[in-house]
Design a protein around this ligand. Structure first.
Ligand code: F6P
Length: 322
């Protein structure tokens, strides 16, 4: 293995830089040259790249975003785009390619492997944590910490006014950000894509709330069937007009910020193992960490979303939020 490429793809997530740094420095240690493609698969199609060295990844471990920039490439979904990307790989004589991204990016990697003679491995980079094959994706821990920090602040004002706050968090297909940040912030309820008719359950639940409860925080994942926090607030006002309801949509603030320590460490381990996996001849697998052990999940499996939330965590939330 003499030369490898790296790119970040899909939505950015805090910790991607720590992962790039680990890939570059591990490769450097093993005398493998690394180039980084700009804006994910777009850079691969256009041969837009930078040479990466120990120095070029210095001072980035603590920075959110991605120094390589990222994109959701439409062109990469076409045969023409895939063929151009394969030509770039051939042009550089790449022996390996590391993709840092989510399920869509790994699906793209699988398509690419049909056109390009190169070993590809992935590191899970998405704040949503909705990939099978890893306990935590790069970005998730930072995102949930951002959410609980915001909710702590909202709690102050909610308590002062005895208000209900409906807080919308990211997660178009998964409620993992909602569930974990609810446990971490002491929220009263969650609405998530994995649970059907949850707004009806919420209305019933509001009746059971202790009378002396002054603030109430309801976390809604953006992909919930109800259609988001504003819709949920409307429904609450319709059925419970006695409540004063406010809405906060956290949005892309969840995607930024300095990665947490856990994020930096996990991203570094995954980056290191990505290079090691390429050296060992592994191909089309995502590096993950499950029960503190490094795992390799075929891209086909890593692309599947988690279908249901951990029922035990839901029970704990139910008990603790009363
Ligand atoms: O996939 C990560 C994610 O942050 C989702 O939670 C969210 O729905 C989406 O990206 C937002 O994407 P964009 O930045 O393209 O609006």
């Amino acid at each position: 293995m003499k030369k490898i490429g790296v790119l970040t793809s899909g939505g950015d997530s805090p910790g991607m830089n720590a992962c790039i740094r680990a890939i570059v420095r591990t490769a450097n240690y093993l005398n493998i040259e690394v180039i980084g493609f700009i804006r994910g698969y777009e850079g691969l199609i256009d041969n837009d790249y930078v040479q990466l060295s120990r120095q070029s990844v210095s001072g980035i471990i603590h920075r959110g975003g991605t120094i390589l920039k990222t994109a959701r490439s439409k062109r990469f979904r076409t045969t023409e785009g895939l063929m151009k990307a394969a030509q770039t790989i051939q042009h550089h004589h790449l022996d390996g390619l590391v993709i840092i991204g989510g399920d869509g990016s790994f699906k793209g990697a699988l398509d690419l492997s049909k056109y390009a003679d190169v070993k590809i491995v992935g590191c899970p980079g998405t704040i949503d944590n909705d990939l099978i094959g890893t306990d935590f994706t790069i970005g998730y821990d930072t995102a949930i910490n951002t959410v609980i920090e915001a909710i702590d602040k909202l709690r102050d004002t909610a308590e002062s006014h005895d208000r209900i706050f409906v807080v919308e968090v990211m997660g178009k297909d998964a409620g993992l950000i909602a569930l974990r940040s609810a446990l971490g912030s002491g929220a009263e309820a969650i609405l998530v894509p994995e649970i059907k008719n949850d707004v009806d359950l919420l209305i019933q639940k509001i009746n059971t709330w202790r009378k002396d409860k002054s603030s109430k925080i309801i976390i809604v994942a953006e992909g919930d069937e109800t259609g988001g926090a504003y819709k949920v607030a409307e429904i609450i006002k319709q059925y419970k007009p006695e409540h004063d309801v406010r809405v906060t949509v956290l949005g892309h603030i969840q995607r930024g910020g300095n990665p947490t320590c856990m994020e930096r460490v996990n991203a570094s381990i995954m980056g290191y193992y990505a290079v090691k996996a390429l050296l060992e001849g592994k191909h089309n697998v995502m590096i993950g960490i499950v029960d503190k052990k490094v795992t390799y999940t075929p891209f086909e499996r890593a692309t599947k979303h988690i279908e249901e939330l951990n029922p035990e965590l839901l029970t704990i939330l139910e008990i603790l939020s009363n």
